[in-house]
Design a protein around this ligand. Structure first.
Ligand SMILES: [Zn+2]
Length: 455
């Protein structure tokens, strides 16, 4: 075979003006689930052609999300939406007839994984059918994708709409973030109800079970250890990992001892001790710090700085921004005891993230983003900046948002790394985020299953 020679072409062969791109996005969204062939499939060569369903990319620098050093002058070959091979240009073969798209950007990396987000409406409140419509969820997954968040684990509030969307995503023409769901947040009255609660989730087809154990600062009944222990065991029997909303160190300890699979928020009441970090390591349990969730509780007492960030404004809904700046609403936030508590405990959460990370336990990016004031897509970038502020190196943050997140969430080999067999979901950045984590905002292009997402 002839040595590979890159045919540099326009990296964005199909760029449209914004209004046309929006129409294209709408049309593509409409096509999802109708069984229509994608454009790529229609243009694919006849049977038997080794180039069929194959696309290839060259990149000056590719970071694969595993923790390995980036590959210079990399070549990435994608077949039917999944990575077939990746490596230095002189070590990777491209099937004859496959054009190579040159990714112009300083840094290519796997798409971001949000290990704790939400889709639909306000978490757990399925009162508005409009918010939980498939179309609205797809729109939100499109928004996540345009910000480079290509996988979202929705930890609670999900119904059959989310399950149906998840069941349609293993396809090479996907143009929005992948979704995994936890179903409704469980709140049984006691251990006796654990079996029925988990059975409902299994029947729904959920990927996760989600519970809250604390009393929500006095607004709810705390879940006792016998009940969450029974839920964890019942979930385990059905192969469902269970994620828990925590605030208190004591609850985190009890959950770990009972076999929880994910701590879905930071411990915020006090600083974690070595014992907790050791329990996390022993049980191989990760945490999604959701620092931006804390911010969202108090920050709208005034106009937040990020309201001036062009990267935020690119997708922000003016009416939502207006609502959040309503003086009466601002006054309510300013007077809220809950807001004051979470504001005062944010430094504790950040110190705990540092201790957990430095102690060698797993951390996965997670934001608790979801409407209306936890901005999907943007908050993941804000969260990564806060993780770095808490003491993680930019590279460690990137791993927590890619390969490490996938490992924490049982998705390794599927997403989070650009390794053979994984979906070819990747980002092109114009600046290297290992130098400054805020460079994740220099997002030039987002590709899902080897296809570019219209932005
Ligand atoms: Zn949540």
């Amino acid at each position: 075979m002839e040595p590979f020679r890159s045919r540099h072409q326009d990296p964005r062969p199909t760029t449209f003006p914004a209004h046309v791109a929006a129409l294209v996005a709408l049309t593509l969204t409409a096509l999802v689930g109708t069984g229509c062939q994608s454009e790529d499939e229609r243009l694919a060569p006849a049977d038997g052609d080794p180039a069929e369903g194959v696309v290839a990319f060259s990149a000056p620098l590719l970071w694969d999300g595993t923790g390995a050093e980036p590959i210079s002058d990399a070549l990435l070959v994608v077949r039917e939406g999944r990575v077939e091979s990746v490596g230095p240009v002189d070590e990777v073969e491209v099937p004859p007839g496959v054009q190579v798209t040159s990714l112009d950007g300083a840094f290519v990396m796997p798409g971001l994984i949000n290990g704790h987000g939400h889709v639909g409406g306000v978490e757990g409140l399925r009162s508005s059918p409009e918010l939980y419509s498939e179309q609205n969820i797809l729109d939100q997954l499109g928004l996540y994708a345009r910000y480079g968040v290509t996988t979202v684990v929705s930890l609670g509030g999900d119904g059959p709409e989310g399950v149906a969307i998840r069941d349609r995503q293993d396809r090479p023409d996907l143009d929005r973030a992948r979704l995994y769901v936890a179903g409704p947040v469980l709140s049984p009255d006691g251990p006796d109800e654990a079996e029925a609660e988990i059975r409902r989730l299994v029947e729904l087809g959920a990927d996760w079970a989600k519970i809250r154990v604390d009393d929500q600062l006095g607004q709810a009944r705390a879940m006792d250890r016998a009940t969450y222990g029974a839920l964890i065991r019942e979930a385990e029997e059905h192969g469902l990992p269970l994620a828990a909303h925590v605030v208190r160190l004591e609850d985190a300890r009890g959950l770990l001892e009972e076999g929880v699979a994910l701590l879905a928020h930071s411990v915020r009441d006090r600083e974690v001790d070595d014992g907790l970090v050791q329990l996390m390591r022993e049980h191989d349990v990760c945490i999604t710090p959701t620092l931006t969730r804390e911010v969202s509780v108090f920050v709208y007492a005034e106009r937040p700085d990020f309201f001036d960030d062009p990267f935020f404004l690119a997708e922000a809904d003016a009416s939502v921004l207006e609502g959040l700046q309503d003086p009466e609403r601002q006054a309510r936030v300013a007077a809220s005891e809950a807001a004051a508590y979470y504001r005062s405990q944010l430094p504790v959460a950040m110190e705990n993230l540092r201790r957990i990370h430095e102690g060698g336990a797993g951390v996965a990016l997670g934001t608790d983003s979801g409407p209306p004031a936890r901005f999907q897509g943007y908050f993941e970038h804000l969260e990564m900046e806060m993780m770095a502020d808490a003491g993680m190196s930019p590279e460690a943050v990137l791993r927590s948002a890619t390969g490490e997140a996938a490992r924490c969430l049982g998705l390794d080999g599927t997403v989070g790394t650009l390794t053979p067999g994984a979906w070819a979901d990747f980002l092109v950045l114009s600046e290297d985020p290992r130098e400054d984590i805020s460079n994740t905002k220099t997002l030039e292009a987002v590709w899902i299953a080897g296809g570019e997402v219209a932005r």
